[in-house]
Ligand binder design. Structure first.
Ligand code: ZN
Length: 378
């Protein structure tokens, strides 16, 4: 049997009390992937013969999910202990049967570690018992006058070890709750290497913003179309994009604001949702004569919920009358305030139907809308 050389342990057993969210931070998803997926996706797994992931039994389902996402990688589950030290030792005990030469022990909370760093750690272990990455912080910790000019050194993971040494150190130690593995080996076995500034630890919810440095922004577009029949028995009561217009009103279950309805559908489309009729059925008396601004606010909240922002909104009316151009500015201002977006990214245009068909005969008003959204704050 081929001797297993390099092993990687990912510690994901923490509950992250400082993270203050329902799920431990390592399982929180950003753009559909969690911290462990993100790390494994970028990792050059050719450098490792075996990867162990330490997770609490109650979160075993996340291990199953990770395993499904990486079917070609040898991933092994290890049950987490009551603290980091116990979890780490549990992994090493499991690893013993594979008899590796080198082991890297990593915290799942540091998903941004590069392949360059893991390769550097493995190389350093060719000639050293350990490879502990650190960075020099520009912040200074003042303990005494002499310490004043000393920069704080921050220790990172993954920490690399000769397997036998770290196993023995765990086995022999009297420490009960070591914060990392490097403190368990003797001082003469410690060997430091330069870590990476971007290999930050996700500790607080706001730390998830670091993902913005690594994730490509998503851009999505949506299209919406709506048409309503003109009520020729009326003389006033038309409402387009929330603006009241002295013209025959449109027939509809709600206030028949064809402009807003088209905008809503384009936003729902961009968010991969269903159409406006699904959320506000014209069979539901609740929406009878409803002010369509309500629907647009609903769409705005969906954008907010899913963390998307409007890049551009283009609306086109198709009608013979009224003269939309007269109300353009007012409509843009209204949509801008309803969606809480800049007027500069809204366009309202109109065209006639050249007297062709029922729109050309002045029987109805149609509107179409195209929106582009992004998850990157502009
Ligand atoms: Zn409609």
């Amino acid at each position: 049997m081929k001797k297993t050389k390099n092993a990687l342990v990912i510690l994901a057993g923490g509950t992250g009390k400082r993270f203050n969210k329902k799920l431990p931070k390592q399982f929180n998803e950003i753009n559909g992937i969690n911290l462990i997926d993100f790390f494994l996706n970028r990792l050059d797994t050719n450098n490792f013969d075996i990867i162990l992931i330490v997770i609490k039994k109650s979160y075993h389902r996340f291990f199953e999910k990770i395993k499904r996402s990486f079917p070609n990688k040898q991933l092994i589950y290890v049950e987490a202990g009551k603290n980091r030290q116990v979890s780490s030792f549990n992994a090493l005990k499991k690893l013993k049967q594979y008899n590796p030469n080198k082991v890297l022990i990593h915290d799942a909370a540091r998903p941004f570690c590069s392949n360059k760093l893991t390769a550097k750690i493995l190389k350093h272990l060719d000639k050293n018992i350990s490879a502990i990455p650190y960075i020099v912080s520009p912040d200074r910790k003042v303990i005494s006058k002499q310490d004043f000019n000393k920069n704080l050194k921050l220790i990172q993971t993954p920490q690399g070890f000769d397997f036998k040494t770290i196993f023995k150190s765990h086995f022999k130690t009297k420490m009960l709750n070591a914060k990392d593995d490097s403190v368990l080996i003797s001082k003469k076995e410690l060997s430091f290497i330069k870590g990476e500034k971007l290999n930050v630890k996700i500790t607080y919810p706001e730390d998830l913003n670091y993902f913005k440095l690594f994730l490509k922004p998503i851009y999505k577009s949506g299209i919406g179309y709506d048409i309503h029949r003109i009520d020729t028995n009326t003389k006033k009561g038309l409402k387009l994009c929330g603006v009241k217009i002295n013209f025959n009103k449109l027939i509809g279950h709600s206030d028949a604001d064809v402009g807003i309805h088209a905008i809503c559908d384009s936003i729902f489309g961009a968010l991969s949702m269903k159409d406006i009729g699904y959320y506000f059925s014209n069979k539901d008396t609740k929406w009878k004569n409803k002010n369509s601004e309500y629907f647009l606010k609903f769409a705005r909240n969906k954008l907010k919920e899913k963390n998307f922002f409007i890049v551009n909104l283009d609306i086109n009316f198709i009608c013979e009358k009224p003269n939309i151009n007269k109300y353009r500015k007012q409509m843009i201002s209204k949509i801008s305030s309803l969606l809480k977006i800049s007027e500069k990214i809204i366009s309202i245009k109109a065209t006639t139907n050249e007297k062709i068909g029922f729109i050309g005969d002045g029987l109805g008003i149609a509107a179409e809308s195209i929106v582009q959204i992004t998850n990157e704050k502009i």
